[in-house]
Design a protein around this ligand. Structure first.
Ligand code: MG
Length: 275
């Protein structure tokens, strides 16, 4: 609270050196506006397109088109799934067996020969990341759970090395259902890289002890444990929920200040957040 004489002194000195003071005040206001908008940006729930933005013309799940489209509508992040093929090459796809080919048992050449539903070839991770280089969206890489921990470690070593070579380290976030892979991402990715665990069975405290950035759980887990959202924030972690496609579920999570929502309906979620 200002006293009256303080205010008078303020106006006298303002008059004495008006231009300089105005400039200072302007700067101060500008800085506060920046801080305020940064705070708001942090508080606002962010949109992650699940397997890219694929429910649109010319797109398909986990296609490069879906990545470009997620970026073009300004999604915070675009999620995609990664497998280590039999020849130790990394490919982007969700299903363990896709169009008759088993990801882990097929050489990558057999997998990249598969056409996605939009006519694109199933991409290698290298091709996918190359397409991501000029974009802005964050890259939410899910490593699928593989048949052995050794295969997961090998995949992670290759991912981390490829990402480094492509200069994308600062745009990556890693997610996985495998507890082993979670620990390996934390061990092998550069310090500070967000790593989220997907399986829904660890408490906020357990995730914190592992070194996770937070939970990335099915939204029904948070319906069951709404207190986990607050607990994660108190522990300095972020909260992501998947795969949320209904307005009511989106609203419930937004009201509880969940940091990220992963959805097949990114435009619907963006419109909801604008309201
Ligand atoms: Mg996924």
């Amino acid at each position: 609270v200002y006293k009256r004489q303080d205010l008078r002194y303020f106006f006298i000195s303002l008059k004495a050196n008006q231009k300089l003071k105005y400039m200072k005040i302007k700067k101060l206001l500008f800085a506060s506006a920046l801080l305020f908008s940064a705070y708001n940006a942090a508080a606002q729930t962010q949109v992650i397109a699940h397997r890219g933005f694929w429910k649109t013309e010319g797109s398909a799940q986990n296609s490069i088109a879906a990545l470009l489209k997620a970026d073009s509508i300004g999604c915070y992040g675009s999620e995609f799934d990664v497998w280590l093929a039999a020849d130790d090459q990394l490919v982007v796809n969700h299903d363990p067996t896709f169009k008759g080919k088993r990801m882990e048992n097929s050489p990558s050449t057999a997998l990249t020969a598969i056409k996605l539903d939009n006519g694109e070839s199933l991409p290698t991770l290298a091709k996918y990341l190359k397409a991501a280089q000029p974009l802005h969206t964050r890259l939410i890489l899910e490593l699928k759970a593989h048949s052995t921990p050794l295969r997961e470690t090998k995949a992670i070593e290759k991912i981390v090395s490829l990402v480094k070579d492509m200069g994308l380290e600062k745009r990556m976030e890693y997610i996985t259902f495998s507890l082993h892979a979670t620990k390996e991402f934390i061990r092998l990715a550069p310090e500070g890289t967000p790593v989220y665990y997907l399986d829904g069975n660890l408490s906020p405290k357990e995730l914190k002890e592992l070194g996770c950035a937070g939970p990335d759980y099915h939204y029904t887990v948070f319906r069951k444990h709404p207190e986990w959202i607050r607990e994660c924030h108190d522990l300095g972690m972020k909260v992501n929920a998947w795969t949320v496609n209904k307005t009511d579920d989106m609203k419930w999570l937004i009201d509880r200040k969940v940091d990220f929502i992963t959805t097949n309906e990114p435009v619907q979620l963006q419109n909801l957040l604008k309201k």
